[in-house]
Design a protein around this ligand. Structure first.
Ligand code: JFZ
Length: 455
């Protein structure tokens, strides 16, 4: 009889003491910065002097305009000019925002590698005589940030890469002619393994490997020799945490690759965490580690046309919502070709940092709330200190906040920002709090409930 229930497939991760140990910092961290940056960044959403579009992923520019890889590279390279010190400014920005880790694109689908690779000339080492991976890793370490490598297994540049091995198809976007009319995808896979080996051998400890991604009909071991690939990474970096995007459950279709709320199975053999993209799973994902990745506007790679920015309030409340459901938030920036960060992103991260400076205690090290989804906001808990954190989004007009389902006796209620005590009266699992008339923080005011006894 299957443990998977009949009506709602409940994901579970099989785990081990080693895995529990390596997940510890990641579960504490709750907030990370994602960076999409590569050749496409200098193009900034423009091709032949026209906007490629007002929204959507501009890191896909080569595909969107159906450019062959040589034309794309020729036009993009002169516009990709990282200034010295760009990496330090990213790391400082992440640190000040309250991020505990930074994950950046070592190679995106266009195939351009940011490190100094011995196995290609389509890399920063050959083109710029710089190792941008080393610069970014060093900058992160200097700020005390954990560091993760996003690595695309899709590669529109490599002349042996095929989207569907069996059909000898190149990926749409790669219009290089087939050498001898035929490709040998196995040779691409060798290249992929070599390049990943460089990345996990030459830059000291790597905290995360963030694979991206498999298609419905070509995935996992068949497509990438995924188990070998992961085993080598694990061998060189025993503590590394990996996502599950090398795999896809074909029956689940395009919606099911663990980017969405539920997949029927997850095992640490397939990756340590699931990556819902651009959304927060309605009820979290109990039993699995998950991280929502999200853009601040609509594109991952920089576009000068995309002006659809989420408000700081929306971003802060999303971080809280995710923490209250037990997940992590990986929030993206798309720097320009010179490595500078759009002012809109800097402002938003600064606002998040100001909120986190005051209220970070309610986010770091928190776990999913035992209290469901109250109408007024979100709740996180810290089981080590036996406290609950009420995040009030909608301030009660009469100043009385009723909290239902408290799993214990409340010893003390305080405003987290200034430790001022809040009068509380409890009857059973319900507590009524007498709040100040006006919300001290219009975005999210946090009230700390200390419960009796220690967990
Ligand atoms: C992938 C990339 O294609 C994209 O450019 C970006 O890097 C993002 C973080 O990851 O986007 C995907 C991949 C797969 C699906 C959706 C978006 N999918 O299967 O639905």
């Amino acid at each position: 009889f299957s443990l998977v229930s009949c009506c709602s497939a409940q994901a579970q991760t099989s785990t081990s003491p080693e895995r529990e140990e390596r997940m510890e910092w990641w579960r504490e961290a709750r907030f990370g910065m994602f960076v999409h940056w590569g050749l496409y960044s200098g193009l900034a959403g423009t091709w032949e002097n026209k906007p490629v579009g007002e929204e959507g992923g501009m890191e896909w520019l080569q595909f969107r305009v159906r450019a062959d890889t040589d034309t794309y590279a020729e036009r993009a390279m002169p516009l990709f000019k990282p200034t010295p010190g760009f990496a330090q400014s990213w790391a400082k920005l992440a640190k000040q925002a309250g991020c505990r880790y930074l994950v950046f694109t070592t190679k995106h689908h266009d195939g351009f590698a940011l490190h100094d690779s011995a196995v290609t000339e389509f890399d920063a080492g050959s083109v710029l005589n710089r190792d941008l991976v080393r610069e970014i890793v060093d900058a992160c370490r200097a700020e005390g940030l954990r560091v993760g490598f996003y690595h695309s297994v899709i590669d529109w540049h490599h002349d042996q890469y095929c989207y569907l091995e069996s059909k000898q198809l190149p990926h749409p976007g790669n219009s290089k002619p087939y050498p001898n009319g035929e490709r040998d995808h196995g040779r691409y896979v060798e290249y992929l393994h070599e390049q990943v080996d460089e990345l996990v051998s030459n830059y000291g400890p790597v905290d995360i490997l963030w694979w991206d991604y498999s298609g419905v009909d070509f995935q996992g071991d068949e497509a990438w020799r995924a188990f070998d690939l992961m085993a080598n990474v694990r061998d060189k970096q025993p503590q590394v945490i990996m996502n599950n995007r090398l795999f896809r459950i074909p029956e689940a279709g395009w919606k099911g690759q663990g980017m969405q709320a539920s997949i029927p199975q997850l095992d640490s053999q397939y990756g340590d965490f699931i990556t819902p993209e651009q959304h927060v799973p309605e009820n979290g994902l109990p039993g699995v580690d998950w991280e929502t990745c999200m853009t601040m506007n609509t594109t991952w790679g920089y576009s000068r046309y995309d002006a659809q920015w989420k408000s700081p309030e929306k971003l802060i409340r999303t971080l809280i919502d995710i923490a209250s459901k037990g997940g992590n938030y990986l929030l993206n920036i798309g720097p320009l070709g010179d490595g500078s960060v759009p002012a809109e992103s800097v402002e938003r991260l600064a606002a998040m940092g100001r909120w986190m400076d005051v209220n970070g205690e309610s986010i770091y090290g928190s776990t999913a709330s035992p209290i469901g989804k109250p109408s007024w906001g979100c709740v996180t808990q810290n089981t080590k200190t036996n406290s609950l954190y009420l995040h009030v989004f909608n301030w009660p007009s009469d100043g009385k906040l009723t909290v239902e389902g408290i799993p214990g006796a409340v010893a003390k209620a305080t405003l987290l920002s200034n430790s001022v005590e809040i009068p509380a009266s409890q009857s059973g699992a319900d507590v009524v709090l007498e709040l100040p008339k006006a919300a001290p923080d219009a975005i999210a005011t946090v009230i700390r409930l200390q419960l009796d006894g220690s967990a």
